[in-house]
Design a protein around this ligand. Sequence first.
Ligand SMILES: Cc1cc2nc3c(=O)[nH]c(=O)nc-3n(C[C@H](O)[C@H](O)[C@H](O)COP(=O)(O)OP(=O)(O)OC[C@H]3O[C@@H](n4cnc5c(N)ncnc54)[C@H](O)[C@@H]3O)c2cc1C
Length: 483
Amino acid sequence: MNKPTDQTLEALGAIVGPRGLVTGLDLLTPWETDWRGRYTGKALAMVLPATTAEVSAVVRLCAQRGVPIVPQGGNSGMSGGATPDASGREVILSTRRMNAIEPIDPASRQVTCEAGVVLQTLHEAAEAHGLRFPLTLGGKGSATVGGLISTNAGGTQVLRHGVMRAQVLGLEAVLPDGRIFSALTPLRKDNRGFDLKQMFIGSEGTLGIVTAATLRLVPAIAERVVVWAGTASIHAARALLLNCEQALGDALEGFEVVPQGCLESVLAYLPDARPPLARPHAWNALIEVVADAGSAASLRGRVEAAMARAFDQGLVEDAVLSASEAQAEAFWTLRESISAAERARGPAMQHDISVPVERMPDFLVTVSREIEAAWPGTRAVGYGHLGDGNIHFHVGAPAGSDRAGWEAGDGKAISRQVHDAVTRCGGSISAEHGIGQLKIDELERLGDPVALHLMRAVKRALDPAELFNPGKLVTLAPETSAP
Ligand SMILES: Cc1cc2nc3c(=O)[nH]c(=O)nc-3n(C[C@H](O)[C@H](O)[C@H](O)COP(=O)(O)OP(=O)(O)OC[C@H]3O[C@@H](n4cnc5c(N)ncnc54)[C@H](O)[C@@H]3O)c2cc1C
């Protein structure tokens, strides 16, 4: 007589076929650890359905047998949301085989695709039709449409185009009982009651498995100029942002900040990379300015004028405008390599925070100083999306620290201090990476009790047995009383 787990694996195999079931240790291991290497679990198996019908059948089977499911796309998430626990009971449901893109109709400027489509592939498909999917991020070679939707990802173009939620016109998802919620509508207006698709955007696989989406596209860029500007302080960088917003309006697509310490990490990490400016500056701003066909001719002149004004006002110490696409890409490679370069430096507590944009410079200066004074030997750096008030604030461990011990002790206390400061500023402890397992305790500690109660009510209604991504974002731990 087979063990119940063997029977479950057999039944899963019967649904998805031999290519759709992975149980071998060697093949499973890379998918049991998160991108940052902070969490490692042990899965019963990885199941890779090829269609929505297969996802539905897998979910029904798991629901009958009480098997928890961890949805996984590209496993590039930053909060441990796609990593199974250590029980060996959970099944990873990977969308990697669901990677079809329907034919794009350029006139309607939208695309319908399956959840496992990788962001880079989506960019290329849109470009082939003279269009653009207006969201990008450093993990674009791995991140999938389903993962981007489930984390409501941000990235480097939010300033102009908004987060993932703003790109989703319709979606399809499999519910925890196996039913299919089908709302792949391209409609731009639809007021038939609650906008239920929103529930799945940013819910980190706790309410449904996203299987497909209809996404908006925008016209391709005719011209872009990328500026690398050195500034003396984060306050000057913020003033430069205001100047650029005024001078460049809608053409301003991205405004990222990189402190000198992060640039040095990247230059050490990428041996062939070169610093864009002749000498170091305390802060660097990476500014992306774009134009469509109608205004391409005047773009460079407008950017040069904006930078000249910023020089005159003492906001910029030095700056270089990309002279070619290759140079523009080289600037972006420096920015997009920061996560990997910082990871290579050793243990660090990462905080993905937002505060009102105008408060960010003071926040960074004050909190960095307080943390480094209170925890000798630590190194606090903030980099990223200043344009939309979202900074990745990393605190590196003192040299020679034991990773696990430091993270569980001083590291945890540091995170609480950072999150308390964010909360005092009216900010968010998760601007774009989601809660996952990384911040579930902190959300419980600092979240609005009414909001937490509502989230549990939704979870209870859809997934009372907590089989969808248990231990991530929201759990049904008993509430003593309704707030
Ligand atoms: C170098 C680098 C730079 C990055 N930069 C940014 C950035 O600028 N902005 C940003 O927001 N993020 C960034 N990220 C994080 C990451 O790329 C995003 O969170 C992305 O959305 C994750 O997509 P994924 O397919 O890898 O999802 P995964 O990591 O596989 O999963 C993430 C979460 O979504 C759930 N999930 C995945 N697929 C589905 C599905 N089909 N249905 C339901 N739930 C699902 C998982 O259970 C998990 O909770 C970066 C990552 C890297 C490695």
